[in-house]
Design a binder for this molecule. Sequence first.
Ligand SMILES: Nc1ncnc2c1ncn2[C@@H]1O[C@H](COP(=O)(O)OP(=O)(O)OP(=O)(O)O)[C@@H](O)[C@H]1O
Ligand SMILES: [Mg+2]
Length: 251
Amino acid sequence: MRDEMHSANGHVATEALDASVSLPPIVVETQGLKKTYGGKIAVPVLRGIDLQIRAGTFVAIVGQSGSGKSTLLHMLGALDMPTAGRVLINGVDLATLEEDELALLRSEEIGFIFQFHHLLDELTCLENALMPITIRHGTETEEQRARVIRLLQRVGLEPHLHKRPGEMSGGQSQRCALVRALANAPKIVLADEPTGNLDSRSGKEVFALMHEVNRASGVAFVMITHDDRLAQAADRIFLVENGVLQEVEKK
Ligand SMILES: Nc1ncnc2c1ncn2[C@@H]1O[C@H](COP(=O)(O)OP(=O)(O)OP(=O)(O)O)[C@@H](O)[C@H]1O
Ligand SMILES: [Mg+2]
């Protein structure tokens, strides 16, 4: 079959060869994504963004304050809707989904981490980390609980499982938030300055753990950061500037 293609048409042969190199699937894609904030004076923030992120890739998003990084991340996570253009998660156009389907996608496919951990004060570290599972399923199975405990152990939180956020450091809380983001075994984690509120050592630790999870489990990470050294450790770096996205060469 391959030989026939070669002799019949060079182009077809190239396509056949390309198809045989199995790249990981595209998990996050935007096409001509635009976002304008309304009001009397329209403020165009994103002016047309085309992005493709494959499974298992660690992506850093950089750019000046106010350039639109969080705006972009919110749309990737279906927390906000674009003014124009499309967002596809695992090939599914978010615009085609009903609100309950979007909620399901947010809870099953995507994990979120923000600058502030947003853990619930009255719950323990373990209960907080289990939260996405309890929200989704009402209660957790033994297996799910064991998995979350394993993740908490992996990020060094075993001694703190039953502490409340008020009794944990910023770095410990953020590591708990990382596990919470992974609780439902998402394929994509969206992180908005996850180390922005930490001292540089805790920030590096949290980042190293995100990297480790990325390498071990193939979860794609999209992380906004103002820290150039962290960005340089990502697989790909994108700069948001003047409403467009451009890939930056790593140093
Ligand atoms: N809900 C909103 N309504 C109106 N304008 C908004 C809204 N959210 C953000 N903006 C504006 O959009 C622009 C981009 O904001 P965004 O939060 O995406 O920036 P950012 O790159 O994440 O900045 P930072 O690094 O400071 O977090 C800013 O000018 C901001 O004022
Ligand atoms: Mg932001």
